[in-house]
Design a protein around this ligand. Structure first.
Ligand code: GLN
Length: 532
């Protein structure tokens, strides 16, 4: 079959969950045996979100090929279990950069370079790259932002052109909000009508409308929306609030989303989708046999989206262990020498998260120390691993001023060093050690037990590393390197074997945890927190 293109746009308000709807559709089509990929087009001018503060944009998600991307790509992978790549996240900045580079090369042969057709052509080229790869039956492209935003206009225009060019191979799903007015007890469709009108003004007729709502939408409301918006009544469907995002594919299947999409794209509706593993996961998620409280220590905890993949990894690994993981969000900036024991009391596990810069470092050190001294299971991720190393150096090795060069460039004991290849880098964007690297595990260790094998590959995003000059001292005193890069010898994992479960990973396990493949380190960590 020819590749089918589905575009997902949003109207009325932001944060309606376009990414979850796009991921759910991908899941449902995949369950019917189709190969799918999800793409996100982001209307901002940054080349990628790698330079964005997490407060601005939530977590920066990293792909196998080392692209720093929007957190929606995390949803795509968690739902479909298929790795994404740089091609799956394109920003306006990247589109313009490509066009300007072509202009400087003289590719436009003296033409005036314009938004239409040059920017829109570049957008279309980036959408079709995935389809032309021959790997996918479906390319589901989510347009970031809200219809009506100035920034997203070129994307909507590109969608209009593609719909025209591709005919029955392309369609648009538009997501809107149906607010409930409590005072009059009414569900209101006017914002949806306006939003579709706005989309029509740009020449795009949506094929399916997904209405976000807090209350069930009665038949007459759906009919009314269908009538006003030129869509068939079966293509108006609700997306009711649910307790977990992982229920959305099931709910959308009940609404007939996959069937309507197949119908609109002239594909047969055959067989029953295979969703047993997915439903098993939801069953485990909803019927935990116990609960466990884990502290997540970081400096961006006010914005939970900054730790999106970690939170989801807890959900996956919790279900795998039949436990509900409750997160105690702990602001590292608020942990002090006098209060940390109080604030961390009762936790069954502690995770110190990734991060950059010196703010909140002392609090993270207290958290690592508390976990180590009280035999509380500990997982340090990236900066969290570096914190575990610094804490051990200071409080066990007695190197009072040990530090990472990132925090103190004059420390007498740089136990965390700037990586050699980073020393001549001055530009910030896309220059970290990024993406998947191999790692070799030491037999008999907790990491080895978790993975059940020696050779693994994990994703990275960092500039600093464990300083191997100190390794002997660490190992003699009880913190050992249990994962190393086979080529460079870089320490990727440290552990304290005497401790119940104390693991620090230089890489980011959270990026690889999916519903059907919960991450082994998270599974083992949660398991350690519930063991008596
Ligand atoms: N700031 C640290 C580094 O660059 C850790 C990065 C991270 O946690 N992602 O090495």
């Amino acid at each position: 079959m020819s590749t089918k293109y589905v575009f997902v746009t949003g109207g009325v308000a932001s944060s309606l969950g376009k990414g979850i709807i796009a991921s759910s559709l991908a899941k449902l089509l995949q369950a019917r045996g189709y190969s799918v990929t999800n793409q996100k087009l982001d209307p901002y001018i940054n080349i990628d979100p790698g330079t964005l503060n997490p407060y601005e944009h939530g977590e920066c998600y990293v792909t196998e090929d080392g692209a720093e991307t929007d957190l929606d790509l995390g949803h795509y992978e968690r739902f479909t279990n298929i790795p994404t790549s740089q091609a799956n996240n394109i920003t306006t900045g990247r589109i313009y950069q490509n066009v300007i580079n072509k202009e400087r090369r003289g590719d436009y042969l003296g033409k005036t370079v314009q938004i239409i057709p040059h920017i829109t052509d570049e957008i279309k080229r980036n959408v079709k790259i995935l389809g032309n790869s021959g790997d996918y039956d479906f390319v589901i492209t989510e347009i970031g932002g809200t219809i009506g935003d100035i920034e997203s206009l070129p994307y909507v225009e590109a969608v209009r052109q593609l719909k025209w060019e591709l005919g029955n191979d392309a369609m648009v799903i538009h997501l809107t909000l149906v607010p409930y007015l409590a005072a009059s007890g009414e569900l209101k469709t006017k914002p949806t009508q306006h939003s579709v009108k706005q989309l029509l003004e740009t020449g795009v007729q949506p094929d399916v409308l997904v209405l976000r709502t807090e209350h069930n939408l009665p038949e007459d409301i759906r009919k009314k929306v269908a009538l006003f918006c030129n869509v068939t009544p079966d293509a108006v469907m609700q997306s009711l609030d649910v307790s977990t995002i992982y229920e959305v594919p099931i709910k959308m299947q009940e609404e007939g989303l996959d069937q309507v999409v197949l119908k609109k794209l002239d594909l047969p509706i055959e067989g029953k989708p295979e969703l047993k593993p997915w439903n098993d996961f939801i069953h485990n998620l909803k019927h935990p046999s116990k609960e466990v409280e884990i502290g997540l220590v970081g400096k961006y905890v006010e914005l939970h989206d900054a730790y999106k993949s970690i939170v989801e990894s807890f959900i996956h690994a919790g279900a795998a262990n039949h436990v509900k993981v409750n997160i105690r969000w702990i602001h590292s900036g608020q942990l002090t020498a006098t209060n940390y024991k109080e604030k961390l009391k009762g936790l069954k596990g502690i995770l110190v998260g990734p991060g950059f810069g010196v703010r909140g470092i002392d609090g993270k050190l207290f958290a690592a120390q508390y976990a180590r001294e009280n035999n509380v299971p500990f997982l340090g991720i990236c900066l969290g691993m570096q914190i575990a190393v610094i804490e051990f150096a200071r409080n066990v090795l007695g190197l009072e001023f040990a530090d990472s060069l990132e925090m103190d460039d004059r420390t007498p004991d740089p136990v965390i060093n700037l990586m050699e290849e980073q020393k001549n880098i001055s530009e910030m964007g896309g220059t970290m050690r990024l993406g998947a690297y191999k790692c070799e595990l030491k037999k008999g260790t907790n990491s080895y037990k978790a993975y059940g094998k020696k050779d693994i590959s994990e994703r990275h995003r960092h500039r600093y590393e464990f300083n191997n000059e100190y390794l002997e001292k660490f190992e003699k005193s009880g913190m050992i390197a249990t994962g190393r890069n086979p080529k460079t010898d870089l320490v990727e994992i440290v552990e304290i074997p005497k401790h119940k479960w104390y693991v620090g990973a230089q890489f980011h396990p959270e990026y690889k945890s999916t519903v059907v493949n919960p991450h082994p380190l998270f599974i083992a960590f949660i398991k350690a927190t519930i063991e008596e």
